[in-house]
Ligand binder design. Structure first.
Ligand SMILES: Cc1cc2nc3c(=O)[nH]c(=O)nc-3n(C[C@H](O)[C@H](O)[C@H](O)COP(=O)(O)O)c2cc1C
Length: 188
């Protein structure tokens, strides 16, 4: 079977190259609004969204995150932070943080559901995105409180997921990764 929703699900790819042009406000609002319609445990809607379009702030977040990850013992992070031109937002013009209410029942799951709605809404409008959780590490650093204040993250909320968004560049989209086999068991 095939329809527009299934095509958006299958065609969405994590893109890491974007046009510099900023997204139109109504497109971005439509995309973020899709996050508000995600399911949530006991309907707590335990999310809060921060849309960031300020280049200076994005650059400083990237630098501070990289500085923090230099202290990590994870070889993936260490390789990444060595690259001077590497931006945690892949140089996209817009970024989005989804923060969860730490007192909610399942904020991780609620915020992940909201994030997936956002990525699919973007794809349905032909807009590129990448789920990037690297920026979330910033909120485990010694600068966490300073950044939460600057970004207006509400008291009691913690950034759990992030994404970057922008118009797709002319670079060819990556192939869909091969799907894991034997991942489904039907019991009838
Ligand atoms: C929880 C989560 C965290 C991720 N973090 C990053 C990230 O920090 N940087 C990045 O470039 N991609 C990140 N990704 C994207 C994955 O690398 C990508 O989804 C995966 O390679 C499959 O490719 P696809 O999204 O095109 O299907 C993340 C994805 C998820 C779900």
């Amino acid at each position: 079977m095939d329809n527009e929703t299934l095509r958006s699900i299958k065609n969405r790819r994590s893109l890491r190259s974007f046009e510099p042009e900023q997204l139109r406000d109504n497109e971005l609002e439509t995309i973020v609004n899709a996050g508000l319609f995600a399911p949530s445990a006991v309907n707590q809607q335990s999310w809060h969204f921060t849309v960031i379009q300020n280049k200076d702030i994005m650059k400083r977040m990237s630098e501070d995150t990289k500085e923090y990850l230099k202290k990590s013992d994870n070889p993936h992070f260490l390789e990444m932070v060595q690259r001077a031109d590497f931006s945690i937002f892949h140089n996209a013009p817009s970024a989005l943080l989804v923060s969860g209410d730490t007192k909610a029942v399942m904020p991780e799951a609620d915020c992940a559901a909201a994030m997936q709605n956002i990525l699919l809404a973007a794809e349905s409008l032909g807009i590129g995105s990448c789920w990037v959780d690297t920026p979330v590490h910033l909120f485990n650093s010694e600068k966490a409180e300073q950044w939460k204040r600057e970004l207006g993250i509400p008291e009691g909320y913690k950034p759990l997921h992030a994404a970057c968004l922008g118009y797709k560049s002319s670079a060819p989209a990556p192939e869909a990764p091969i799907r894991k086999e034997n991942a489904v068991n039907y019991i009838r």
